[in-house]
Design a protein around this ligand. Sequence first.
Ligand SMILES: Cc1cc2nc3c(=O)[nH]c(=O)nc-3n(C[C@H](O)[C@H](O)[C@H](O)COP(=O)(O)O)c2cc1C
Length: 384
Amino acid sequence: MPLMTSVEDLRVLHQRRVPRMFYDYAEAGSWTETTLRRNRDAFKGLQLRQRVAVDMSERSLTSSMLGAQWSLPVGLAATGLAGMQHADGEILAAQAAEQFGVPFALSTMSICSLEDVAAHTQKPFWFQLYIMKDRDFVAGLIERAKAARCSALVLTLDLQILGQRYKDLKNGMTAPPRFTLKNMLDMALRPRWCAGMLRTRRRNFANIVGHAKGVDTLDSLSQWSAQQLDPTMCWDDVAWVRDLWGGKLILKGIMDPRDAKMAVDVGADALIVSNHGGRQLDGAPATIEVLPQIVEAVRSHPDGQALEIWLDGGIRSGQDVFRALALGAQGTFIGKAFLHGLGALGAQGVTRVLEIIAQDLDLTLAFCGLTDVKDIDASVIWQK
Ligand SMILES: Cc1cc2nc3c(=O)[nH]c(=O)nc-3n(C[C@H](O)[C@H](O)[C@H](O)COP(=O)(O)O)c2cc1C
């Protein structure tokens, strides 16, 4: 196995090893994929300020999010169907995150269930929730997240309706996936992936099947998923979730300063500046482009000092993390980057992605004359 030196190396291996419908599902953006690309490109436009002759021998990447200490200001974002990128994917990713000392958020649309991930990890993880039409089911999920000792709830707000992802439509990538002849032939060409899937019993949406009313089979799951996104969801529903949950609440999908102020008003503990990795509103700006406005809106709010501001979207290296921290994020999350590691090499691949990001971040810190990630601020960005 050649040495994996960058996230791109892992992406290439991911593409080779995982059936096209699942690889494309991870990589796809909505419509023209302009926002997907913009998330990446906007980072490149931020040039860094090199410093010299500074004692950079002792360096620290230790960061705090929600009052806990993490080895890196980077967490694994909630991603649906991670268990289809690699057999038992969510369990492996949660274990890798735990070992590395970074947060892991389990998606509502995971393959491994809340209870299963809890049974295979030692430390609490986070649970990501969608507000679906069946509010009893949502309330049940919240109770299950409590019972699984999740330490924070990530409430995703940007999926009241589904963005059109052409690749998914063409590949039959629905919930559940459609196993057409073409897809089956493609799977047969990925023997390592097939062997993993045959070995595991985890091949379904385990948070949903057997828990949501009338969802016991793959067919009923398909009908249920198509109907459950709730276009009526509003801030009252967010308050309802906050009260039911009663613990640390993170609001994900904030891209507008007005919504950031609402996040303060509703009493959230953190928000994630996110456009769902370019998978929902195509034509939206990159997350790193809107971050400064969100920071300004929150910090100028009379009650906005305590709310933590995090960012995801387009992060593929420690340098991207560095730039996000420079523009005011206190933490960052990776979606596709960790899925590349998972699809390529399972838990080992997720660890490798985190190592690559940590090393990039550490060296960039030093080149910019700093020794602690907590000291990164806007002065490290070159102003023309
Ligand atoms: C394959 C995939 C599935 C995702 N599923 C979810 C999900 O179930 N819930 C959610 O809140 N966000 C989901 N997201 C969005 C991620 O949490 C995150 O916002 C995004 O991946 C960040 O962008 P990046 O992929 O460029 O790092 C998903 C992203 C991907 C790539």
